[in-house]
Structure formats: C-alpha cells, structure tokens
Design a protein around this ligand. Structure first.
Ligand SMILES: Nc1ncnc2c1ncn2[C@@H]1O[C@H](COP(=O)(O)OP(=O)(O)OP(=O)(O)O)[C@@H](O)[C@H]1O
Ligand SMILES: [Mg+2]
Length: 369
C-alpha cells in the first residue's frame, strides 16, 4: 500500500531494504517477507516490519539498519519504523522457506541434508584428552580467518567444551521449532551447553536422547545455506554418535586426532575402523602434543614420537600435521581465544593454520561431495 506525494517510490525503498538483513537469519528482510507496509508522505517514510519473535535481542540493530538505508535515499526527510511480531502462521511460512521446502509438520525438511553443499568434518579420536576439541576450535577459527563460513557442532553432550574454547556463551534464539546458532567471529556454534541452566550442570541422558539431541542440532538448527564447513567435535571413542552423523549427513568425513604415543595411535585406529563401518571417509590424521620445546631448550618428546605418522600409514591417509605442546594453546582455549587468533606466530598456531588449509584442499567447497 503506497500513498505517495514526495520522496522516493515504494519500489526504491524496498530496493534499499533488500540490503537490510535479519542479523540472525542472515537473509534480506524483504526476501524474508518481514516488510509489511511502506508509506511515503511529504518525504516522511513509515516502514512497518515484523520480527520473528517479540523478545528479539537484535531489535535495535534492525531498526537502525532500516532507518539508515531509507535515510540515504534522496528526498527522505524522516523515517519511522514500526516493528510488529509475526503470527504463528507467518513464522511457519518463514521457517518453511528457510528450510527450502513445504512445511508438513510430520516431514519437515532438515536444514542440513546430504544435498547441502556444506562440507562436514567430524573430529574423532580413540581416547579422551588428546585435543579433539582444541583442534576443532582452532581449525574452525583458522577456516574463518581464511574467509570460509564455518559452523561447529559440539557433539560431546556429556563433556561439552566448545563454548568455553571459542568464547561463545548465551542462549540460541528459538523461532518455533527452529534454533539459531550463536555466532562469534564468523563461527556459528551449537552446543548442549547453551541449553543447560548453567555450565556446571551434568547431562544424564541415555543413548536415544543423545541421538535425538544430535539430530536436532543437524536438522532443526538454521545453519544457513552459505555454510562452507561444519565441524563436529565428537566425544571420545563412541560409535553411536558417529553412526548418527553418518546416517544424518552421509557426506561427512572424519579427521582423526592422536598423540605421538604408539598406544594412543593404536586406540585411534578403532575410531578409523568405526568410520569405515559407517562408511565415512577418513581424510587424514592430526598428531597433537608432538613434543614440547622449553625456552632455549631442546625439544622434549613428552608423549613419544611417530604415532601420528604410523597411524596415517596404517590407514593409508595423509598425516596433516603435528601440533607441538604449547602453553599458548591451553591458555587460548581457556580464554576463549583459540591460539590461531590470539598467538598467530606460535609454532602450534602455524601448524594448525597449515592443517586447516590442507583440510580445505582435501574437501574443497564447491566440488561435488
Ligand atoms: N597442543 C597443545 N598444547 C598444550 N595444551 C594442549 C594442546 N592440545 C590440547 N591441550 C590441552 O589439553 C587438554 C585436553 O584437550 P581437549 O579438551 O581439546 O581434548 P579432547 O580430546 O577434546 O578431550 P575429551 O576427550 O575430554 O573431549 C585441554 O586442557 C587443552 O587445553
Ligand atoms: Mg573434547
């Protein structure tokens, strides 16, 4: 509806608003059908728009963005933005569009499917504590620094550590059945940690619920169709979770982390066997904690030598890199600033950046999965 005397036309305004994106959904508010009415009267522009939910934390950002775009048009004297809230039906229609399919409650299309262009990389190990989460957080950050759009699923429901390592806290916005990942520094993150009352809370779910939580993170989370890479931080040594991932995202590949210790490498081989069983491609091995160099001193092989290379050879996959033990790695993880960002010159950071580039070469975006 337009009543126009002076100032820009409705089309010009809508064109300008096309560049305003919903900060959470990362799509144009025009495309999302959030602009409901535009009125121009003597250079005074009134825009009526609707938000997905009433408590939208980014309300002010949207108003500001609309105001700025419209004000920049010639002949605009003032801008008024009225924000309403979508009805349940409007929300369902929106979610249906975001999922790229018809909304039938029983058969909602998943946000991430085998057909998605997103490359999925599950980070696994045989035993715990070898640095899966550290490697995941740093590779995701390195990929983002290289200009990729990246997501991380913390699939370690019992021992989640990704929120702390990436410094991402808060609660994801929920729009009906759709969750929006929390984003920081270009990395979209979903963790069970976001959904618990506090970080110290213990998760006491049994297998089927675990499976359900993970499937929810894949199918009910709006990752965005522009996502290049999705990393999945696996819990130590569980076959169930890998099976769920392989069934839900058959294009997923696996990266195996081990320490240089021969015993650890032998255990890591089990993770590879599991990958084989569920038809997941192992793209390579990452050796972590590969020696410690004290200031001025020679390198000490605290955890032995050569486990990563031996494992890679046994599996017939490349050894993608060796990450030294480095206090900067631990400090970065504890501070929520991964070492590749906080201490880019540290040898461990350089090794991690290099590994991220090799991963990108092995599973390039744009090629068929
Ligand atoms: N290269 C490294 N140098 C120094 N500290 C490291 C390095 N890699 C990992 N760490 C530290 O080792 C500990 C274990 O790492 P992390 O939590 O990433 O292992 P994990 O394999 O994910 O463990 P879990 O099996 O419990 O999930 C962390 O405190 C981490 O900061
Ligand atoms: Mg972990």
């Amino acid at each position: 509806m337009v009543r126009q005397q002076n100032g820009p036309t409705r089309e010009q305004i809508l064109d300008a608003l096309r560049e305003v994106c919903d900060p959470e959904l990362r799509k144009s508010i025009v495309e999302l059908d959030m602009v409901r009415q535009v009125e121009v009267r003597d250079g005074q522009v009134t825009v009526d728009a609707v938000l997905t939910i009433s408590g939208c934390p980014l309300r002010d950002a949207i108003v500001q963005s609309i105001t700025e775009r419209v004000k920049a048009l010639p002949g605009v004297a003032g801008v008024t933005v009225n924000l309403g809230v979508m009805s349940a039906d409007q929300r369902q229609a929106l979610i249906g569009r975001l999922r790229g399919g018809e909304m039938h409650p029983a058969r909602r299309p998943a946000f991430l499917t085998a057909a998605s262009a997103t490359r999925v990389i599950a980070v696994a190990s045989g035993k715990g504590g070898v640095g899966k989460s550290t490697v995941t957080a740093n590779l995701a950050t390195a990929m983002a620094l290289d200009g990729h759009t990246v997501g991380v699923i913390d699939a370690d429901v019992y021992g989640f550590s990704i929120p702390r390592m990436l410094g991402v806290f808060g609660r994801p916005t929920a729009v009906d059945q759709m969750l929006i990942p929390i984003e920081r520094d270009g990395i979209r993150v979903m963790s069970i940690g976001f959904l618990l009352p506090d970080e110290g809370e213990a998760v006491v779910w049994r297998g089927p619920l675990l499976h359900k939580a993970l499937v929810t993170f894949i199918t009910e989370v709006h990752w965005g169709d522009d996502l290049d890479y999705l990393f999945i931080d696996l819990p130590p040594g569980t076959g169930d979770v890998s099976l769920t991932i392989a069934q839900t995202l058959p294009q997923a590949s696996m990266l195996i982390v081990t320490t240089p210790q021969p015993a650890a490498a032998a255990v890591a081989q089990r993770a590879a066997k599991m990958a084989e069983k569920v038809n997941m491609d192992v793209i390579g091995v990452v050796e972590n904690m590969s020696g410690f160099t004290p200031p001025g001193g020679p390198t000490i092989d605290l955890f032995g030598r050569g486990g990563g290379l031996r494992l890679a050879e046994q599996l017939g996959v490349p050894l993608l890199g060796e990450i030294p033990l480095d206090i900067a790695v631990r400090e970065g993880s504890d501070a929520g600033e991964p070492v590749v960002r906080s201490r880019p010159d540290a040898p461990a950071a350089r090794a991690l950046r290099e590994i991220a580039r090799k991963v990108a070469d092995l599973v390039p975006v744009g090629a068929a999965p």
